[in-house]
Design a protein around this ligand. Structure first.
Ligand code: FAD
Length: 615
């Protein structure tokens, strides 16, 4: 029987990242997935990144993960969202050629040292007592592994809905994972149902592009990977059109025939990614919604109409598509559909994404109630690292709310659970001024270097940048200038008598690096890329200094780990209600305990005292 340190089930976005991370950590890793051609498949929109999501991709890349590099290779239109706002809320996004994305992801996975790819359907998890020890495939093959990472996405008892029609499926064209779902059922895990949907795909040759507005990408593309220096794929524009009163009338008239509105689906859908039926009902006063027509690849004919996902029957889909300007003769290549699937309440996981009820079994991706490729990949990274650590007898690695969006997401999921598919937003991060997409490497690459999971190329690139930033900072803080001197150089600052360093001057939003070079000409020698980064760091320096106390406190609490078997009952002074809530939530550290509903500073002090005795 084959034996691995880490076995990952599923080659979607979570699985690819988990397997690659574990292999980079030096663990002998297997990736078992239904089909090789399914690795890196984008089930829905052909795009990576966006607000909050782009932060996650940069963080994955900072840990030398794969999503950012592959997205850069496949990117056919790059746009930095919120470009006019501050760097903290800017989100890199790229439309991706889905064929290139799949091809590149497969190549990256297949060429990774320590990583074996196995094609097959996992139908059983092997357990010894409460410990996962491997899997069984549909053909009877048994594979032994020290740890198992489950990343089956929307495949667990997936049901595809198109109007009144429904059938079993993991996504269009793939069969659902039913036997594995039944096996998981037997563990008594808290399972629920969620749903998501996708729009019909259109034939580019049947769209009247000549009458539509165009959206071009940025001239200076913001890549995802800190390693990428240039574009790989040809860049294209996408088209813009709108739904109209006629479209809404068709949808309203046929609402009862929609799987979602006809009562065929129980699962809850993503509020922030509503179907066109949802939009028409929820925003009844709006007579039009924007639709982006995004090419799915450079070589194929498929177009993804972003903004009109649906579970209406095919004849209604045809009617409403044809009511839209430019789509009057559009041919549907694949109908839109909704999918309903099982997910596991993520409160059953600890901060390493390991199930608490069993050991050596990790869960990552859509199976944990999230939605989106980036959320899935980020969880895959966490689970892959921790599965490798467990197999290698190393300590678990925790991402915190104060160092990453990844930490914010893991904490949200494992302490609060989900009531609808969870997606990332910048508003979820309380320390977003320091958790920027542009400084993900400064925040996380040192940790990845310590874990020994980065390439030598990445390490030397990072160290050179870190040294250049440090030298640049020294140069910017060596001298102070009077307001008179500064205004003499053409910079308008408050005449408050304060002497300021060039770094402090950069904190004024309208002061550019070129301005401060007039004050101190030797600063011109700093490399352009480093100038820009120092400018971003300086912009938020004052706020971050003020936040530092909160960050220090939360980091101290995050470092105060709560052992998995910690007994809450019997802590004198802790109410029965709070004891029950803590027993249910099983926080991994004191910071998580502080966020349990009803927690008070006094109760936290009692808990801390007990933890100290426990040591
Ligand atoms: P997936 O990408 O689903 O990958 C799961 C993998 O597991 C597959 O490779 C599969 O072959 C494999 N697998 C499953 N069972 C087994 C088994 N028993 N043995 C071996 N291998 C197995 N996200 C958004 O952000 N916005 C959207 O609007 C959106 N709409 C969507 C619409 C649809 C119809 C679908 C299907 C998904 C949509 N998504 C959307 C979600 C997005 O596709 C997922 O969030 C993302 O793909 C999840 O990644 P994952 O790795 O968890 O799972």
């Amino acid at each position: 029987m084959k034996h691995f340190d880490v076995l990952v089930i599923g080659g979607g976005h979570a699985g690819a990242e988990a397997a690659h991370a574990a292999a980079r950590m030096g663990a002998n890793t297997a990736l078992v997935t239904m089909t090789l051609s399914g690795i890196g498949v984008m089930s829905c929109n052909p795009a990576i990144g966006g607000l909050g999501k782009g932060h996650l991709v940069r963080e994955i890349d900072a840990m030398d993960g794969v999503m950012g590099k592959v997205a850069d290779k496949a990117g056919i239109q790059f746009r930095l969202l919120n470009r006019r706002k501050g760097p903290a809320v800017q989100g890199p996004r790229a439309q991706a050629d889905r064929e290139i994305y799949q091809r590149e992801m497969l190549a990256v996975i297949q060429s990774q040292l320590n990583l074996t790819v196995i094609e097959g359907e996992v139908v059983d998890l092997k357990m010894v007592g409460q410990r996962a020890t491997g899997v069984e495939l549909a053909d009877g093959t048994q594979i032994h592994s020290s740890t198992v990472v489950l990343t089956t996405g929307t495949f667990l008892r997936g049901i595809i809905h198109i109007g009144e029609e429904k059938r079993s499926g993991g996504r269009m064209g793939d069969k659902a994972s039913v036997r594995l779902a039944e096996r998981i059922d037997a563990f008594g895990l808290p399972l629920g149902r969620l749903k998501t949907g996708t729009p019909p795909r259109l034939d580019t040759r049947t769209i009247n592009w000549s009458i539509l507005d165009e959206q071009q990408g940025d001239e200076d593309p913001a890549f995802f990977s800190f390693e990428t220096a240039q574009l790989s794929a040809k860049q294209v524009a996408c088209g813009i059109t709108h739904t109209n009163e006629r479209t809404h009338e068709i949808i309203t008239k046929n609402l009862k025939r929609s799987a979602m509105y006809g009562g065929h689906i129980d699962g809850k859908g993503p509020r922030y990614c509503p179907s066109i039926e949802d939009k028409v009902v929820r925003f009844a006063d709006k007579t039009s919604h924007q639709v982006f027509l995004e090419p799915e690849s450079l070589s194929g004919n498929t177009v993804y109409p972003n903004g009109i996902s649906t579970s209406l029957p095919v004849d209604v889909q045809k009617d409403y598509i044809h009511s839209i300007v430019g789509l009057e003769d559009a041919v549907i290549l694949q109908p839109g559909y909704a999918i309903e699937y099982d997910y596991v309440d993520p409160r059953a996981l600890d901060a390493s994404l390991q199930l608490r009820a069993t050991t050596h079994l990790f869960l990552a991706g859509q199976i944990n109630g999230t939605t989106g490729y980036e959320e899935a990949a980020a969880q895959g990274l966490v689970a892959g690292i921790n599965a490798a650590c467990l197999a290698q007898g190393r300590e678990q690695v925790h991402f915190g709310r104060s160092n990453s969006y990844i930490g914010v997401m893991i904490d949200d999921l494992t302490t609060r659970g989900v009531t609808e598919p969870y997606r990332m937003f910048t508003s979820r991060a309380e320390f977003r001024l320091s958790l920027r997409a542009d400084n993900a490497d400064q925040r996380l690459t040192p940790m990845a270097i310590d874990l020994g999971m980065v390439s030598s190329k990445r390490q030397s690139l990072f160290e050179a940048k870190r040294d250049a930033l440090s030298a640049g900072y020294q140069a910017l803080t060596r001298k102070k200038y009077t307001p008179k001197h500064i205004s003499g150089a053409g910079i308008a600052v408050k005449e408050d008598g304060t002497r300021r360093t060039p770094y402090q001057l950069l904190a004024f939003p309208d002061v550019q690096f070129a301005d401060i070079v007039r004050v101190q000409p030797d600063l011109e020698g700093i490399e352009k890329k480093i100038q820009i980064q120092l400018g971003r760091d300086a912009l938020y320096a004052n706020y971050i200094d003020r936040q530092q106390k909160d960050i220090d406190r939360i980091q101290k609490d995050e470092a105060q780990l709560i052992p998995s078997g910690f007994v809450y009952s019997g802590i004198s002074g802790l109410s029965n209600e709070l004891t029950a809530k803590l027993e249910n939530a099983r926080p991994s550290n004191l910071a998580q305990a502080a966020r349990v509903e009803g927690m008070t500073p006094a109760a936290l002090a009692l808990l801390l005292a007990k933890l100290r005795q426990h040591k």
